[in-house]
Design a protein around this ligand. Structure first.
Ligand code: ZN
Ligand code: ZN
Ligand code: FE
Length: 327
């Protein structure tokens, strides 16, 4: 067994995508069982903050990565990048971001936008991925409310596929694919979860996960830097409503993954339209949908209901559990 330190991107020539490989781990200092590193007053957090963005201490990517090694036949690249943790609130005991009020969620989003504007200036970065994993069922060990940011040296595969397809659509129809999706959803309405002045939330016609909600700005914009304070406020409102609804569909809070898809930092992508995607992954009470043989092995999802039925269930959940909490 070799114990050589490896930290590099490896190219999968069969699928045409990067894999981040690292066996570099700082030694985790011993901590008592009930210690929360994200609570106010911990060595890294200090006091006097509402939202805090910290460097992840166990990152996949690094500002001073090891040199990618040379291999016969295969390609590698540098793991240059940054991994941040966004501590969304000093309140440890809160279950989810939807339990914060709109002005608190606003502060989280504003802070992430600020970070984006800072990272855009780094000539070596290509992509800013903001995401949130929720639920111990999907491996989240620290319960203190937090999300994450990966500043990447490549465009994530899923975003790349969206860029390719929306570019094709734009070239042939001279219209934005995402704007056209908004128009058709507004026309038929059966998959719409809720709308605000500036945003629309719906379960896509082609949803992959049981309770998958996409949230699009009605304005055709590409990145976080184009979002005005008014849009952020409205984004906080729609997020609170949708996440509250998702959380309360079943008796047990729904585990979910949330991600922000925006255009890459470098280059012009006028055909792209930024958006949020949320994947609620319970099929029924306490039953996780797995990405198993067909999904992971074959790459295509099976959907055991219809997105239209799921939309109805989610709208009911919002009506029953969330309306009075919103204002
Ligand atoms: Zn805590
Ligand atoms: Zn658009
Ligand atoms: Fe997307």
């Amino acid at each position: 067994m070799s114990h050589e330190k490896v930290q590099e991107l490896r190219w999968d020539p069969t699928l045409g995508e990067w894999v981040m490989v690292s066996n570099v781990r700082e030694l985790r200092p011993w901590q008592p069982h009930d210690f929360c590193p994200f609570c106010p007053g911990s060595p890294e957090t200090g006091f006097g903050w509402d939202v805090l963005i910290l460097k992840n201490r166990y990152p996949m990517l690094s500002e001073e990565p090891l040199l990618p090694r040379k291999y016969e036949f295969y390609s590698t690249a540098s793991s240059y990048g940054k991994c941040y943790v966004v501590i969304e609130t000093p309140k440890h005991e809160i279950d989810d971001i939807s339990d914060l009020n709109v002005s608190e969620i606003y502060k989280v989003l504003e802070k992430v936008k600020e970070k984006y504007e800072e990272e855009v200036k780094d000539p070596k970065t290509i992509y800013f991925l903001f995401f949130r994993n929720k639920g111990k069922e999907i491996g989240v060990s620290l319960t203190h409310p937090h999300s994450q940011i990966y500043v990447l040296p490549f465009i994530p595969t899923k975003v790349l596929r969206e860029l390719v397809n929306s570019n094709k659509y734009y070239s042939s129809k001279k219209r934005c694919l995402f704007c056209d999706i908004i128009d058709v959803e507004k026309k038929y309405r059966d998959r719409i979860i809720t709308t605000t002045k500036y945003w629309i939330a719906f379960i896509p016609f082609y949803a992959h996960w049981p309770f998958e909600v996409h949230i699009y700005p009605l304005q055709h914009i590409q990145t976080l830097s184009q979002i005005s304070p008014e849009l952020i406020e409205d984004m906080a409102k729609i997020l609170k409503k949708v996440l509250c609804g998702i959380k309360n569909i079943f008796e047990k809070p729904m585990p979910y993954i949330m991600v922000l898809h925006q255009a890459p930092i470098k280059g012009k992508y006028p055909f792209y339209h930024m958006h949020i995607e949320i994947y609620g992954i319970y099929r029924t009470v306490g039953k996780l949908k797995y990405a198993a043989g067909m999904e992971t092995g074959g790459g295509n999802f099976t959907y055991d209901s219809t997105p239209e039925e799921a939309s109805q269930i989610l709208r009911n959940s919002i009506e029953r559990k969330c309306i009075e909490k919103l204002f």
